[in-house]
Design a protein around this ligand. Structure first.
Ligand code: GRF
Length: 214
């Protein structure tokens, strides 16, 4: 058995955290061990999901720190007692400081609800509706110091048939719940490599990430 473990950062509902937890239900090469869950929001439902599944978790309140750097340093400090190989931002609604990104260089991935590089930032579903986009989807990428700008690992898309906010959100979530666990397990199994800014998946080179079709 591999000892590959992930840390997961969350801010809210945590349905994507749940999809990572649920990989344990089908114990095979895709199952993931979660070392720790962190949230900047002590009321996040995601924390209840961690608790219910006996996963260690902790929270810190950004309002109790003078700067983003101080807050992130406190997180780094707390994370020291946990052993993990990959840090997954699954609905973590804060920008990370440069210091934090350097600390875990090329080990942080983020899940984003749009087909990057289109629509970084917030309110992606609203923007899809406003611009009557034909396609929408989700992207997983390595985190660098820009806003949703790091190397794209993979994405999954669908054709928009109905410009309804709730439906779009639901559809993106459905894809996310498959895409994120799959990409984490491919990293765990050494299928995804990101060396010298070059991404390979199962030995093939990808410049703009791989499309995953579910
Ligand atoms: C997801 O859509 C993710 O892409 C975005 O925030 C949402 C989190 O959903 N960054 P949940 O908390 O995992 O349910």
């Amino acid at each position: 058995m591999s000892s590959f473990k992930i840390a997961v950062f969350v801010s809210g509902n945590g349905s994507n955290l749940q999809s990572l937890i649920d990989t344990k239900k089908i114990s095979n090469e895709h199952s993931l061990d979660i070392a720790v869950v962190f949230s900047n929001n002590k009321d996040a439902l995601a924390l209840k999901r961690a608790e219910k599944n006996n996963i260690p978790f902790f929270t810190l309140d950004p309002n109790e720190f003078n700067s983003r750097e101080d807050f992130d340093e406190a997180i780094i400090d707390k994370l020291k007692i946990f052993d993990f190989n990959l840090l997954v931002l699954a609905g973590y609604m804060r920008i990370l400081s440069e210091k934090f990104i350097e600390e875990y260089e090329n080990k942080i991935i983020n899940l984003h609800p749009s087909l990057l590089p289109k629509y970084p930032g917030l309110n992606t579903h609203e923007k899809i509706i406003k611009n009557k986009e034909i396609y929408h989807g989700a992207t997983v990428h390595f985190v660098d110091s820009g806003l949703d700008t790091g190397q794209i690992i993979g994405f999954s898309k669908f054709e928009v048939k109905n410009y309804d906010l709730e439906l779009l959100e639901q559809k993106v979530h459905e894809l996310e719940h498959k895409l994120l666990p799959l990409i984490c397990s491919l990293i765990k199994n050494g299928e995804i490599k990101f060396i010298d800014r070059s991404l390979t998946i199962s030995g093939q080179n990808y410049i703009n990430g791989k499309e995953f079709i579910f």
